[in-house]
Design a protein around this ligand. Structure first.
Ligand code: NCD
Length: 356
């Protein structure tokens, strides 16, 4: 594995992934062999948005590897509240630490941070965009619970539009042979265009459906998600969407006996509590796999030979991303960076498209 920062899981090849999953398995079996691995290393966890699992599993992972942690989970207690920009915060903290884990509500924020960081940055969620380490968690879970990452029919249910975990999971799993996707949501919460483009380009079969009942019987994996209230423009729109998809014991009667139920958590009301006792429910195990997955990732990232220091990045085009949720809409000094795709420009921070 040779990457400096992890912004998008698709930076990792399938071979890299196999190595991480194998290492996670070895750590699970013999955690005591790894207790000094990160002795003398410091991880900074910068959480501009709420988190329980991602933040704590990263922190626990580093502590279990013998490293130390610094950081904040309430930016109001840091100089961010005095108006400090992301670039300055990252420039300074990357001088204090060996690896930065960051969550921020703006799309593309982790990529922006990586442009100025002297140490590796891990994206722990950038708005509704991506969440690579949740997907790593999901892949480790599937490897151990299903025994494979290919030939799976995966149903993703709930907020497909705003769920960053869903975007990262589709992006990575669509590379594997014979995977099929069933996207279960209301028309309002269907996948963003760039995810549909990825699915179309991958050649994977996929369909959009609006009830769990019509899909559940064919699934090998059901990935439930909560409706992402914080990403809605107003309370009224959220109220219209909440509570539509609820997995309960009755619905599970139609599911295969070896289907696995995953959920990145937190759960709100989309899985009834009595489902927790069903042997197909794997979401609590999934959270634990996440800690081992992150231990393996930290080891691999600190071993990675890419130690490049940031150099000045110039804008690639005379254009500006229109997405109000893109980090470039608030951090105005950021260069305008785009990839060309036909008659479109694709923002390198948030993947939003701009017609030229
Ligand atoms: C997810 C997230 O933050 O995107 N949670 C997590 O990291 N385990 C899912 C969510 O908040 O719904």
């Amino acid at each position: 594995m040779n990457i400096k920062s992890l912004i998008d899981l698709n930076q990792l090849s399938q071979e890299d992934m196999k190595e991480i999953i194998e290492l996670a398995g070895k750590i699970m079996k013999n955690p005591h062999n790894y207790t000094d691995y990160c002795h003398g290393k410091i991880m900074a966890t910068l959480f501009y948005e709420p988190s329980t699992r991602t933040q704590m599993s990263f922190q626990t992972a580093m502590l279990r590897l013998g490293g130390k942690i610094i950081g904040f989970d309430n930016p109001q207690n840091s100089s961010v509240s005095k108006g400090e920009n992301l670039k300055d915060t990252i420039r300074v903290i990357s001088g204090y630490s060996d690896i930065i884990v960051m969550r921020n509500s703006f799309e593309g924020s982790a990529y922006a941070a990586s442009l100025y960081s002297r140490c590796p940055v891990i994206n722990a969620g950038d708005g509704g965009h991506l969440h690579p380490t949740q997907t790593l968690t999901d892949l480790v879970t599937l490897s151990f619970e299903k025994g494979r990452l290919s030939s799976l029919t995966v149903g993703l249910c709930g907020d497909i539009k705003n769920g960053r975990t869903v975007h990262s999971l589709i992006k990575y799993l669509s590379q594997f042979k014979d995977n099929k996707f069933v996207l279960i949501s209301t028309p309002e919460l269907q996948a963003p265009q760039y995810i549909k483009d990825i699915l179309n380009a991958s050649g994977c079969e996929y369909k959009l459906v609006d009830t769990l009942d019509e899909a559940i019987g064919e699934l090998d994996v059901l990935y439930m998600t909560r409706i992402q209230r914080e990403r809605f423009a107003n309370a009224e729109d959220y109220e219209k969407q909440k509570g539509i998809y609820v997995l309960d014991r009755e619905k599970l009667r139609k599911a295969k006996a070896d289907m696995k139920i995953l959920h990145p958590l937190p759960r709100v009301d989309e899985i009834t509590i009595d489902v927790d006792d069903d042997s197909r429910a794997k979401y609590f195990e999934q959270a634990e796999y996440g800690m081992y997955a992150r231990m393996a990732l930290i080891i691999k990232m600190l071993e990675s030979p890419d130690r490049s220091v940031p150099s000045k990045v110039e804008s690639t085009h005379k254009a500006h991303c229109n997405n109000p949720k893109c980090i470039t809409s608030t951090e105005k000094y950021l260069p305008d960076l785009f990839k060309e795709s036909g008659d479109m420009l694709v923002c390198k921070y948030c993947d939003d498209r701009l017609l030229v």
